[in-house]
Design a protein around this ligand. Structure first.
Ligand SMILES: N[C@@H](CCC(=O)N[C@@H](CS)C(=O)NCC(=O)O)C(=O)O
Length: 201
């Protein structure tokens, strides 16, 4: 059976949990407790040289990095498809994943890092800047969604990448401006997918 090294609050692990659930694949969750720094245990470092989660073990084939894992799942278990068939659509889905991984999520990481500090030591300017950058990112998402239900047309890995962060918006007190109508409808669509709730842990 597929094994996923994961931890419930990890956004990158949840990306993979969602893809597995969407594909109807059974998997065993192996908890790597980040609060106990279990990701840096020598045994775990044999699986993931950078000591991060998620890592996937598919019957002895071990890979890491949420984006690469989800691409592997798409190649190995193509049904139901989570990528468009045409190369333009595939490129669009990958661009959106890249935008989420390297821009959007990066600001969530800033907030998480500050929240973990004792209250008096938090850098409120860094947190405010991160929230402002996240709010700005909706401008692009709104444009990408013009005339479409999902970022690359049909539901894809590009949308899945954003789902764990969407769950954090309320928790971090980040409101989506009502002018972003496409984005608000897209968020509701994503939240309604059974994989959204099923991937929470
Ligand atoms: N590019 C990697 C990033 C993985 C990553 O940042 N994982 C976080 C959890 S969401 C982690 O393991 N943090 C603990 C650490 O870096 O020590 C991916 O997408 O899998």
């Amino acid at each position: 059976m597929i094994k996923l090294y994961t931890f419930p609050p990890s956004t990158n692990s949840r990306k993979v949990r969602i893809a597995l659930i969407e594909k109807g694949l059974e998997f065993e969750r192996v908890n790597v407790d980040l609060t106990k720094r279990e990701q840096k245990n020598p045994e775990y470092l044999k699986l993931h040289p950078f000591g991060q989660i998620p890592t996937l073990d598919d019957e002895g084939f071990v890979i890491y990095d949420s984006t690469i894992i989800n691409e592997y799942l798409e190649d190995e278990y193509p049904y139901p498809p989570l990528m468009p068939k045409d190369s333009e659509g595939r490129a669009r889905a990958r661009l959106m994943e890249d935008f989420r991984d390297n821009h959007f999520n990066a600001y969530f990481v800033h907030i998480i890092q500050e929240i973990r500090k004792p209250e008096g030591e938090r850098d409120s300017q860094r947190m405010d800047n991160a929230k402002a950058e996240i709010a700005k990112a909706f401008d692009r998402i709104e444009r990408e969604l013009d005339g479409k239900e999902y970022l690359a047309g049909a539901f894809s890995l590009g949308d899945i990448a954003f789902m764990p962060n969407i769950d954090l918006l309320d928790r971090f007190g980040i409101a989506v401006d009502p002018k972003y109508k496409n984005t608000i409808a897209w968020i509701e669509r994503l939240k309604a997918r059974p994989s959204f709730a099923a991937s929470a842990t």
